[in-house]
Design a protein around this ligand. Structure first.
Ligand code: NOJ
Length: 560
């Protein structure tokens, strides 16, 4: 079995609700995805990661699953899904499904049973505790604001929910539950899927006594992350899952893991460890967050970003495997976050693509990133849909935050930035739906859309297509060692990749100003070529210093 295909693959994430609507109900669906597979084929991606399409009451857009083995009515039927898989495979595209097993929906049959009585056979599938002096069992805070515990009258106990109160956490200590999950995973793998992206999978093992988290700020609820991230039995569980399920298939596995370090990630992804292939780490997504968390927006710091990504590139080299991402359905758009989404939108989007795609790891592209899609600023809160954003708004108003600063945090960090409909063309609703979209379209779709991008040879789309193709052609991108240059430079991001006597020199200007860059001594322009650039640059012999134009990216390829 060739287990390494995922090292040379580029993954494309589809958020189905916002990708393409085929039936005019305003919600993206599976037939919509099928109609766009030729587009993905043209882009050249190898794998699709599909965010959840399972039966769900949509408290958190499908991350609250009420039946793991049924397709959500909004999205279509199991026959549609099977057709989609076949059509992907016909085009040589693999399918990775989302696996959400830290929690279910409270409308899942297991939970409906579990809450009935303390002696129900499903009681122990979830995490129930008595209150303490009339209050919650501990002070942990939910990721979506407020306590992580919800009181249930019937049995006078609380259940744990690290996300919304409609997403009760599963109890992985229960072996019967684990076996049910493995059975469900096998059901999908036997249908022929090519892997799983595992939602917050490093949260599944909680500290057994669920202790209070230290509370230095005197708040009612505080992050209890230290007691459930990378918990005591996590490696045991993943190892067991690997033995019972994953090892039997030639698949890609990626664990979403907030709070993971490179040292832990090399345990999760080490080739001799039999757990997962790679993880999604979050450190580089927190560069613009202050001590108060994601909504506490601070200026983006390039030196900090370099430090973090270097640590990951070096830390996993020959020990594990990196995933590379700027975007997903939970993150604001990178061109707005780090680039310039105005005058230099196209150029800075290409620069950011270069910066990431020349590193070691498996790149993930989030729908619309290949078009340089941007954040959105809706005029009023009514236009926002995300539970995290809406709960946060309520909480901050109660805490006395000023409305403008709340709205500003939403503009910069809100998840709906990534969830506005995919912009296909300049028709009504960006060609996403003939009905009323479930969330409004970004008003810039007249200029930013796939139809325009395909016609324009200088678009972000064609540039990403080239980045994807390069990964297939150049072994050095997959295998080379990584070295950072100009560690403390606040605007230039430069690094080398080395493989035998071959070198790549990646130079990115992360600013709207011109910058100077001195070429390293081992680079002789007469034997170098340019692998890719977002500018007009050509090789000039005898030139030792480059003047980088705003947001320029250039990759030199040479031999020493
Ligand atoms: C991470 C997912 O990416 C996010 O969208 C979701 O809200 C939480 N996990 C809970 O499932």
């Amino acid at each position: 079995m060739n287990q390494q295909w995922w090292k040379k693959s580029v993954v494309y994430q589809i958020y189905p609700r916002s990708f393409m609507d085929s039936n005019g109900d305003g919600i993206g669906d599976i037939q919509g995805i099928i109609s766009k597979l030729d587009y993905l084929n043209e882009l050249g991606v190898d794998v699709v990661w599909l965010s959840p399409v399972y039966q769900s009451p949509n408290d958190d857009n499908g991350y609250d699953i009420s039946d793991y083995q049924r397709i959500m009515d909004d999205f279509g039927t199991m026959e549609d899904w099977e057709e989609m898989l076949a059509e992907m495979h016909n085009r040589g595209i693999k399918l990775v499904m989302d696996l959400v097993v830290n929690h279910t929906s409270d409308e899942h049959q297991w939970f409906i049973e579990s809450k009935k009585s303390k002696d129900n056979p499903y009681r122990d599938y979830y995490i129930w505790r008595k209150g303490k002096q009339g209050k919650e069992p501990n002070n942990w805070e939910s990721a979506f604001s407020g306590s992580a515990w919800q009181y249930a009258e019937g049995t006078d106990e609380y259940f744990l929910h690290l996300f919304s109160k409609k997403q009760p956490d599963l109890n992985w200590e229960n072996e019967r539950l684990r076996q049910e999950i493995y059975k469900m995973m096998t059901f999908w793998l036997d249908k022929g899927i090519d892997g799983f992206r595992m939602d917050v999978v490093n949260f599944i093992s909680k500290a057994p006594d669920l202790p209070d988290a230290p509370n230095t700020e005197g708040k009612t609820y505080v992050s209890g992350g230290d007691y459930y991230m990378n918990g005591p039995r996590i490696h045991e569980y993943l190892h067991e899952m690997n033995r019972e399920v994953l090892s039997k298939y030639d698949i890609l596995t990626v664990g979403e893991m907030p709070g993971v370090t490179p040292a832990e990630a090399s345990l999760y992804t080490g080739s001799d460890r039999d757990e997962l292939n790679m993880v999604f780490q979050f450190e580089h997504m927190d560069v613009d967050s202050g001590p108060g968390g994601k909504w506490n927006v601070i200026p983006f710091d390039l030196v900090k970003l370099k430090d973090i990504l270097t640590k990951w590139q070096k830390g996993l080299f020959e020990k594990g495997w990196n995933s590379l991402y700027w975007n997903n359905h939970d993150q604001p758009r990178i061109v707005s976050r780090v680039g310039d989404d105005g005058k230099y939108r196209v150029k800075s989007a290409k620069m950011l693509g270069t910066l990431l795609h020349m590193m070691q790891g498996t790149p993930y592209i989030y729908q619309g990133e290949e078009l340089g899609m941007t954040n959105v600023k809706f005029g009023s809160l009514d236009e926002y849909r995300d539970i995290e954003t809406l709960n946060m708004y309520k909480e901050k108003v109660e805490e006395g935050w000023d409305i403008n600063s709340i709205m500003n945090s939403i503009f910069v960090k809100g998840r709906d930035n990534a969830r506005t409909p995919m912009q296909w063309n300049a028709d009504m609703n960006a060609g996403f739906t003939k009905g009323t979209p479930w969330i409004n379209v970004n008003p810039n779709y007249n200029e930013v859309n796939a139809e325009q991008a395909i016609q324009d040879p200088d678009s972000v789309f064609h540039y990403y297509k080239k980045l994807i193709a390069l990964r297939k052609e150049q072994t050095i991108i997959t295998e080379g060692t990584f070295d950072l240059l100009l560690k403390n430079d606040p605007t230039i991001y430069a690094y080398t990749r080395s493989f035998e006597n071959e070198r790549l020199l990646v130079i990115c200007n992360v600013s709207s100003e011109t910058q100077k860059f001195d070429l390293p001594e081992d680079l002789d322009p007469s034997n170098a070529s340019i692998l890719i650039t977002n500018d007009e640059r050509t090789i000039e012999e005898n030139v030792r210093q480059l003047k980088l134009t705003p947001w320029e990216a250039v990759v030199f390829h040479y031999f020493v």
